[in-house]
Write a protein that binds this ligand. Structure first.
Ligand SMILES: Cc1cc2nc3c(=O)[nH]c(=O)nc-3n(C[C@H](O)[C@H](O)[C@H](O)COP(=O)(O)O)c2cc1C
Length: 331
């Protein structure tokens, strides 16, 4: 739902459930001016790959309370991913090297889309191709799929030999992917950026110019861990993606810089574990936030962050969440 301006039934349903609390307006618009709208009843989303396709979370709580759900990243064909070990704990975070294990877009849609269609929460599909054409083909397939509200274009995966972060490090390549995807679909397009760049504002602007409706800032940082006994890396590949509280201040800075560089909405992602973290990202300029690694420790983390955000708004007399966006005072 909330994917098409033309559907009166879904618009009515959305209107009746648009805010978890009538005293605080939590609704945010993630794609103003897009061909199809992406209005979230609140700014709390899950982060791709950290809670599969939402079906597992739906067994624990009412996922319709969230602003949006992200699917695990999907490719045209199924992938087995990297060999183990794929996950390593670090003092304030986690290293992962999953390598994009997924069932392929057609099976994903067969298994999950009919369920997504019954939910009122918008589902955003995270997708990845090896080539610009593959990204465009995926976008075409997802365009007419039931229950898909938007696409998040992964030009930032650090755990692959081909594609992935290579697109996101180069503003020209990033722009080509986003342009191809925007042409191939009427769905709102979110470009998911890599933090592994010298100046994120350059890639952010390239994606905006190429037609992105929003940015997600950011994917995992590139990190490493070595077993001193075996003298070998502790993940299957020498480097892996670092996520969790360790990256929060780094991601926050990137969100702040990105939000100043573009006029499209920015989604904050990186180490968000509680309501105060979410508020920090909103103040830095994020319109919405994604909760990822925190849900490994606490599968209810996303709804907890939502409740804590609401508590903050009540305590600080915030009547409309949009008041917080970019409201950090730096002078
Ligand atoms: C196990 C795991 C799998 C992930 N898979 C994906 C993925 O498929 N696509 C993607 O864009 N990001 C993926 N990510 C990155 C997260 O969506 C998020 O950008 C990152 O974890 C930072 O947020 P966090 O610190 O809140 O976890 C994955 C992260 C983890 C930990």
């Amino acid at each position: 739902m909330s994917t098409s301006t033309g559907s009166s039934a879904s618009t009515r349903e959305f209107a009746s459930a648009r805010s978890v609390d009538r005293r605080v307006n939590l609704e945010v618009d993630l794609a103003p001016g897009a061909k199809r709208e992406l209005i979230l009843r609140n700014p709390i989303m899950t982060a791709s790959g950290t809670s599969s396709n939402g079906l597992e979370l739906a067994r624990l709580f009412d996922v319709n309370r969230l602003g949006a759900l992200l699917s695990k990243g999907v490719t045209l064909q199924p992938r087995r991913g990297n060999p183990t070990p794929r996950i390593v704990e670090t003092p304030a975070g986690m290293l992962n090297s999953i390598g994009f294990q997924n069932v392929g877009v057609r099976k994903l849609l067969r298994d999950a889309a009919t369920v997504w269609e019954t939910w009122s929460v918008p589902v955003v599909v995270n997708m990845l191709g090896d080539t610009v054409d593959e990204f465009a083909h995926l976008a075409q397939i997802l365009d007419g799929a039931p229950g898909v509200a938007a696409v998040e274009v992964n030009i930032s995966c650090p755990n692959l030999d081909v594609g992935g972060v290579a697109f996101g490090r180069d503003p020209i390549a990033a722009g080509r992917v986003i342009e191809a995807v925007s042409t191939a679909t009427t769905l709102p397009v979110i470009a998911k950026l890599t933090p592994d760049v010298t100046d994120i504002s350059v890639v952010a602007r390239a994606c905006e110019d190429a037609g992105a409706d929003a940015l997600c800032v950011a994917n995992s940082f590139v990190g490493m861990s070595i077993d001193v006994h075996t003298r070998r890396p502790r993940t299957n590949r020498p480097v892996a993606g670092l996520t969790g509280p360790a990256i929060k201040p780094l991601a926050l800075r990137l969100v702040w810089e990105s939000a100043r560089a573009v006029s499209i909405p920015v989604i904050g992602c990186g180490g968000i574990s509680d309501g105060r973290d979410a508020v920090e990202f909103l103040l830095a300029g994020a319109t919405a936030v994604q909760v990822g690694t925190a849900s490994f420790r606490d599968p209810y983390a996303s709804v907890r962050v939502l409740e804590e955000l609401l508590d903050y708004c009540r305590e600080h007399g915030v009547a409309d969440i949009n008041e917080l966006i970019g409201a950090v005072q730096t002078d």
